[in-house]
Design a protein around this ligand. Sequence first.
Ligand code: TXA
Ligand code: MG
Length: 338
Amino acid sequence: MTTEILPAGEKAVALAAQLLRAGQPVAIPTETVYGLAANALDAEAAARVFEAKGRPKDNPMIVHIDMLDRLPQVVSAFPREAQLLADAFWPGPLTLVLPKAAGIPDAVSAGLATVGVRLPAHRATRAVIAAAGLPLAAPSANRSGRPSPTSARHVWHDMAGRIPLILDGGDCPVGVESTVVSLAGGPTVLRPGFVTAEEIAAVLDRPVATADGAHYAHTQAPPSPGMKYRHYAPEAELLLLDGTLEQFIHYLQENAAEKPGACALCFAGEEARLPLPALAYGQAGEAASQAAGLYAALRRLDAEGAKYIYARMPAGGGVGQAVRNRLLRAADFNVISL
Ligand code: TXA
Ligand code: MG
């Protein structure tokens, strides 16, 4: 299959809509990461996405809508707390897990009675949904297990020859996937993201649990199926080092400076002080910039042939929670406290 890559203008959006209505997968930009979209009401279209990604069939997809009027096609209930969160954070990087509507096939929800739904902020995403006239199931547009794509070029790297079309909407501003919140039982953050647990608790005016702190890699039934798989991983072996810049430098001098293929993933301005080739993924203490740069940096180190990546661990509060979560999973929880 030949894969076209087109700027996400009017013509390309119309072509994307046509392909989606015909049951084909199309890669689309969103404000978080690029998604690999398919008609969320069509089991065969969903199967093509799993196939192109190499994704385990028991990992459900998030369904994207362009307006609240489309909710009844996706969910069977929209409780008051969902409405509060939608009012506060939609359009935006928040996914709500709710009871699914009858029209959502098991292939999309991976057989669960619930479905994740999100109304994205990116104009091109909403334009494609509107033009297709369909809710779109879309996981991140990477091959399963790899870092999520934050540019059309990243999608091309993983998906060329596997899908007919990639819409290029430029770099994704958020850079990490949406916050996933379950409202079944007490509100629980299943995956941290740009919308933080603190912000959600403030809107709901009650405590919000977080389910993703623990190591679910080998659990049979984690709160969210995605938790049991390795995600976001570069080809290189990734080790996280939690400590100060001075401790990081010391560790690298002792353990990595002479190692062929070793490189450092650090914060902006630190490169020149490190004893090995280094790439910054964001500003120290600015979680939003780290989120925006993380996946591109991991992919670039792979492209440059890195064998070992020694990464600076970010501070954990707010959006930093999401950055830590992605790095921990990318490293398969391979972390050293300095
Ligand atoms: O920002 C995002 O959410 C991006 C863009 C494309 O919108 N999408 C994305 O999808 O990250 P994906 O498939 O890569 O991640 C979806 C995550 C998985 O960890 C999955 O297990 C979880 O959401 N999930 C989806 N539906 C769920 C459900 N019904 N219950 C629990 N977890 C669910
Ligand atoms: Mg993903």
